[in-house]
Design a binder for this molecule. Structure first.
Ligand SMILES: C[S@@+](CC[C@H](N)C(=O)[O-])C[C@H]1O[C@@H](n2cnc3c(N)ncnc32)[C@H](O)[C@@H]1O
Length: 412
């Protein structure tokens, strides 16, 4: 529980010596990480909402796991926990239903593992953007039209957000991405391009919630998708280059990211057991992960509603009478799968956003749902998010002011 009652449960007989040592170390951590700066070159790849800072998983992994322990994140989002596991030399498994989140995770991990694979083209901007314009193989106007039609068949609202010129530019660039022979480079370019499409919201002076709710801009902005893509590619290239120069040892650990529903974890025992789980699950009613990507998903031939229908706790359904009950049932199902995959006495660390006292009741309920699946909470940490840093977090109405770090032991 958030109120600090973890101190009482600490005395219970189920606490072993190792866990007691871990508790005393956890208690010494200043979770605010006020001066933290990410050292992960892939952090700037994409604006995907509700990412956590790497300092939290890197601290948890360091304190709660050993070399070669396998880390699982059932809601991996952009892969922050997987990245920190890889940096600490731990193999990992991640799951997320968001196609874009999984792409981001894969590329962030690839940058760590083999930055050269993304720098092998001397100047990606020239090679990717300008040379094709003069090549015989460049996408032809009929292909561009077909690509727009196809994207519109998955998202018929696109022309309310973009002008015809912007749609043509976007279609042209996605067609170029698809022509990359190298799979990783293809994914890399398309994820960067997908990041750039959100610019339309900023230019129209609208917030992200307008995007999720599909509230159209009054006037279509005049930003250039290609210019935005070019400058983002350049920024990322510099980050990767700097990282490549500093990197001393190659990162060889195995990581697997699955674009799957975590409710199905329970069926997937074939993928083996894991030693530790670190995750930040979707929090009920705060975000629509699928719908925030509505400007990108149609270009990948995905209807955002198909992801929305699997997403747990989406804000889109917050007014339904059974919203919280459905959320608890589904999240409980996921943690049942987590319990099945985690070794006995393995640790589970869950990071929740904290908005205000009113919503703390939801965190308490969530902790109960997890404990009912065979876990015992033994530690609560609190991260105060400095007001200048709250912008990094997805917020509707009120900003996330704190994060709760709850650590559990699997006891059954
Ligand atoms: C708080 S975010 C995780 C952010 C992540 N820690 C990071 O740093 O990027 C929660 C994630 O849960 C995912 N999610 C929601 N429902 C899911 C489901 N049924 N199965 C798998 N992932 C799901 C969302 O797509 C979202 O990416």
């Amino acid at each position: 529980m958030i109120s600090g009652s973890s101190m009482e449960v600490m005395k219970d007989e189920w606490l072993d010596r190792d866990t007691e040592v871990q508790i005393s170390r956890l208690k010494r951590i200043d979770w605010d990480f006020f001066n933290y700066k990410s050292r992960d070159p892939g952090y700037i790849l994409h604006w995907y909402p509700a990412r956590i800072i790497g300092a939290i998983p890197s601290t948890l992994i360091g304190l709660l796991s050993k070399d070669d322990d396998v880390v699982l994140d059932p809601f991996c989002g952009t892969g922050t926990n997987l990245v920190e596991a890889a940096r600490a030399g731990r193999p990992s498994l991640g799951y997320d239903i968001s196609h874009i989140a999984v792409l981001i995770s894969e590329i962030r991990l690839q940058i760590l593992r083999a930055p050269k694979s993304l720098l092998s083209i001397d100047n990606p901007v020239d090679k990717f953007l300008f040379e094709p314009l003069f090549s015989k193989d460049k996408p032809q106007p009929n292909e561009v039209r077909e690509k727009i039609d196809k994207a519109m068949s998955y998202g018929d609202y696109l022309d309310r957000w973009f002008s015809l010129d912007q749609l043509s530019e976007t279609a042209f660039l996605f067609l170029l991405c698809e022509r990359c022979n190298d799979t990783i480079q293809r994914k890399f370019f398309s994820v960067v391009l997908s990041h750039c499409l959100r610019q339309v919201v900023g230019y129209a002076n609208m917030g992200w919630s307008h995007l999720s709710d599909n509230v159209f801009p009054k006037k279509i902005s005049r930003f250039s998708v290609a210019e935005s893509f070019k400058s983002k590619l350049e920024k990322i290239r510099l980050e990767i280059q700097a990282y490549e120069k500093l990197k001393t040892t190659p990162m060889t650990v195995e990581t697997h990211v699955f674009n799957e529903d975590s409710c199905r974890l329970i069926e997937e025992t074939a993928r083996g057991t894991v030693d530790i789980v670190i995750t930040s699950p979707p929090y009920p009613g705060t975000c629509d992960y699928a719908l925030t990507q509505r400007l990108s998903l149609p270009w990948f031939s995905i209807d955002p509603d198909s992801e929305l229908s699997i997403e747990i706790g989406s804000r889109h359904y917050r007014h339904r009478g059974d919203f919280l009950e459905t959320y608890k049932r589904k999240i409980g199902q996921c943690f049942m799968g987590v319990a099945r995959r985690l070794k006995k006495y393995g640790k589970l660390a869950v990071v929740f956003p904290r908005f205000n006292d009113e919503r703390d009741r939801v965190i308490d309920q969530l902790i109960s749902v997890i404990e009912e699946r065979g876990f015992k909470q033994f530690y609560t940490g609190i991260r105060n998010i400095h007001r200048t840093k709250r912008g990094l977090h997805w917020n509707i109405g009120t900003a996330v002011q704190q994060q709760i770090i709850a650590v559990f032991l699997k006891i059954e």
